[in-house]
Design a protein around this ligand. Sequence first.
Ligand code: S3P
Length: 430
Amino acid sequence: MRVQVPGDKSLTQRALILSALAEGESRISGLLCGGDAESTAGALRALGAGIPEIPADRGAIRVQGVGLGGLRSTGSQLDLGNSGTGARLLLGVLSGGAVEAAMTGDESLRSRPMRRVTEPLSAMGARFDFLDEGGRLPIRVHGKRPLEGIEWSTPVASAQVKSSILLAGLTGGASVLITEPEQSRDHTERIFHQVGVPTESRAVTDGWRVEMRDPPSRISELDFRVPGDISSAAFLLALAVLGGTADSLEIVDVGLNPTRTAFLEVLERMGAEIAVETDGHDEMLEPSGTVSANVSSLKGTHVGAAEVPRMIDELPLVAILGARAHGETSIRGAQELRAKESDRIDALVRNLRALGVDVEEHEDGLTVLGSDRPLRGRVEAFGDHRIAMAFGVLGAAPGNDIEVDDPQASGVSFPGFWELLRELGAGSAA
Ligand code: S3P
């Protein structure tokens, strides 16, 4: 079976933001048409960018950019819904514009830490009023232009933090140098390159360093195609490996940026029968290709801190696969999972226990003991798309029967997920 997955969520957000900041008309296609993309597009429209409706068929749209200093203040509160990436990246964008705006989000987003971006952005000269609880949304941003340059070390490898600072440097005309403990996904650096903003990246003794010196005062229009989201493809690969598809599965046009592909390596290590074929591409563009998977017998594995940033969004799936593998599967050095759309360590532990799986919780991860007994019961999504979908996949594996309390949570990144799950499974042993 050959399928496609929705457009990459990280790239969609960046394509929308950069095309809004370009001068003139950009052409972008392949976008995710899901909740998180809608939230970012809606906020950019309120700030003055000409963004048409995102088409459901991943067709092209033309965006009228306003230029790096062209966003306007808005009296209405920007609602970023569930999107942590949208919120943190836009806090950076707004910091370097001479604009004021207030930003909020849904219950999950309002509980997530924002100081990790407001601290460096304040050091650059922007001001923030926390309108409710300190360090959380809603926040009013008072941007400033120009901003001061910054050298910043982040304690967690986070592409959202890195990108927020880079975007502030871009709109605020300031040089930035960021050091993170491990390299996080480099989509912002690649798309910057495409609009004529060079950055330099390299390994250093204390991690990974990204530098942008003397950013330009304008960026060129974007002509960009977003590939399918590897983080969405991961759910279908896990489904096929667990035997939840009627046949072997081939997913075409999936993003294969090497800062995102550690899950494929872990799948192989667990004994999964998968194949990856990369389409030809220019080194600085986003690589993409085809990934295939077959039902496989799995063995447990260990995922540690060094791999975590390259598969941060796929870790719930590793736990799910671990529940069906021979032996123990452990995830450590993944404290960051507690600050996602839900506390994903807590969510995984509670749900796996509710299904009778033997699981141990750690502050920075979990250890799961695999078994092949049928897993049945009801689990909670905790308002988190990836928790809902991970248990959807486990429930679709042969012999299991799992009800997810809020399946619609998947809509922010993978509209049509449940229909596709049923379609792929039709005729399988599940
Ligand atoms: C994202 C970065 C990751 C990831 C999120 C998307 C991005 O967050 O979990 O889904 O687009 O930059 P962190 O960089 O904060 O880990």
